[in-house]
Write a protein that binds this ligand. Structure first.
Ligand SMILES: Nc1nc2c(c(=O)[nH]1)N[C@H]1C(S)=C(S)[C@@H](COP(=O)(O)OP(=O)(O)OC[C@H]3O[C@@H](n4cnc5c(N)ncnc54)[C@H](O)[C@@H]3O)O[C@H]1N2
Ligand code: MOO
Length: 424
């Protein structure tokens, strides 16, 4: 299959690689977030803003590690031991040993006879056996969590054990989303002739939440540079980063570039990427501003390649990575012209061959409806400079769903139980 660009870029248009564009915006914008305190139960997935220490020791005193009896080690006699006259106390796992006791005998190593007398079948081998000394779990003042850690459920347990109920975290980056275009109507409206639903705002909101940001959704802005400049100003006064959606290309109503250039510094306009070529990256008042193309697929790649990593930078995290699988190409791919020089992202379907290996079939590039995107299993990214692949070559596929879900999708397709028009 030969891929060629459907909108060849002009020869004079300066374009840079996606990697270089990301490097520039990461190096040149300001990435600072204020700290807020949230209840421990709501801190999952949040990024801790400062080092957190244990506020007390656990256990506070010598405690039992198992269910059994507490004894004094020095009271032991030869085995088996009739112990009705030996002092002991029943203890449960995690409870404190009563004063004067130093060792625990496991319930399995005891016998209580019918007459109520207690025998120790297996004497503890050392003083302190089956106990936990004070501070064994946590020592007061020890570091529990370093700064910049994204909290997982196990960290929440540790912080609770260490005496924390409110956690200082980085505020989620607030990302303003400005949909633009005279042809757009809000979600829930019936689109008339020439109208399109602002579906990208929903896509953006979901994507942003998924990477740990807080979307600030604006109403649709008409194709009017004055209105756009006003909205942009408002967004910059509230948000940490601004996404302007649509109007990024070269149509007579595409004002994004001129408005942004009037307010700040444009770092790049045009990426060596397909889809996702007309992406605008700029800095206004130290804040990153991204002009995201209108077509949903191009928009998604801009989110994935640039916006996600920028949000991660705000949160002092490495960019989130998708799971990938190796797959065998079912046909050759030859790239021509601009596509050979660009980072090409192709949507793919996966299946399996008789040996259980993944097979991969890419969709044609032009087939860029958002519904078809939802139907794809993953993405084949072809780096800049690669002219194509042969049939049978092994390539890496980034998965759009968890692997178990992909397996189910493949199974359904193989059984042909999928309705042709089904979108899932
Ligand atoms: N002469 C040229 N035309 C185009 C070029 C080019 O190089 N020369 N590039 C093409 C490429 S590639 C892309 S990608 C698009 C970029 O378009 P814009 O970012 O300027 O977006 P619009 O023109 O405003 O809209 C395009 C399309 O997307 C729909 N859209 C916009 N916003 C939304 C939204 N919030 N929700 C859903 N859909 C949205 C819009 O209705 C249009 O259908 O330009 C090519 N043209
Ligand atoms: O392919 Mo454009 O670069 O995103 O429609």
């Amino acid at each position: 299959m030969i891929y060629s660009p459907h909108t060849p870029p002009s020869k004079t248009e300066p374009r840079i690689s996606v990697g270089k564009a990301l490097e520039l915006i990461l190096a040149e914008a300001r990435y600072e977030l204020p700290v807020e305190r949230v209840p421990l139960a709501e801190s999952l997935g949040r990024v801790v803003a400062e080092k957190l220490y244990a506020r007390h020791s656990l256990p506070a005193v010598l405690s039992a590690q198992v269910d059994g009896i507490a004894v004094r080690f020095d009271d032991r006699t030869s085995l088996p031991d009739r112990t009705e006259d030996r002092p002991f106390a029943f203890v449960g796992t995690g409870t404190a040993l009563p004063e004067g006791f130093d060792t625990v005998v496991r319930a399995e190593d005891l016998e209580i006879a019918a007459d109520g007398t207690l025998r120790i079948l297996e004497e503890p081998c050392e003083k302190g056996a089956c106990t936990l000394p004070p501070g064994w779990e946590l020592r007061k003042g020890e570091v529990l969590i370093p700064p910049d850690l994204r909290l997982e459920p196990q960290h929440l347990g540790l912080l609770a054990a260490g005496g924390h109920s409110e956690i200082p975290v980085l505020r989620r980056p607030l990302v303003a989303v400005l949909p633009t275009g005279d042809e757009l109507v809000p979600q829930g409206s019936m689109p008339g002739p020439g109208q399109n639903i602002d579906s990208n705002s929903a896509l953006f909101a979901g994507y942003l939440k998924g990477v740990g940001a807080e979307p600030l959704l604006y109403p649709i802005t008409a194709d009017d540079p004055v209105l756009l400049a006003e909205r942009l100003g408002d967004a910059l006064s509230k948000a940490d980063m601004v996404l302007i959606n649509g109007g990024s290309s070269r149509g007579h109503r595409d004002f994004t570039v001129s408005v942004v250039a009037g307010l700040g510094r444009v770092l790049s306009h045009g990426l060596n990427a397909a889809p996702g070529k007309p992406v605008l990256l700029a800095i206004i008042e130290g804040k990153p501003v991204v002009g995201v193309p209108g077509p949903a697929l191009a928009a998604w790649y801009a989110l994935e390649n640039l916006v996600g990593p920028i949000v991660s930078r705000f949160l002092a995290q490495p960019p989130q990575e998708r799971r990938s699988v190796k797959a065998i190409l079912t046909r050759e791919l030859r790239l021509e012209g601009f596509l050979k020089e660009a980072l090409l992202s192709l949507r793919v379907l996966l299946s399996r061959d008789g040996e259980g290996r993944y097979l991969v079939s890419p969709y044609p590039l032009k087939n860029s409806m958002v519904t078809n995107f939802v139907r794809s299993d993953g993405i084949l990214r072809i780096p800049e400079g690669v002219a194509g692949y042969d049939k049978g070559d092994e390539v890496e596929i980034l998965l759009l769903y968890p692997q178990a879900i992909i397996e189910k999708r493949m199974e359904k397709r193989q059984l042909q139980t999928l309705d042709e028009s089904e979108v899932f």
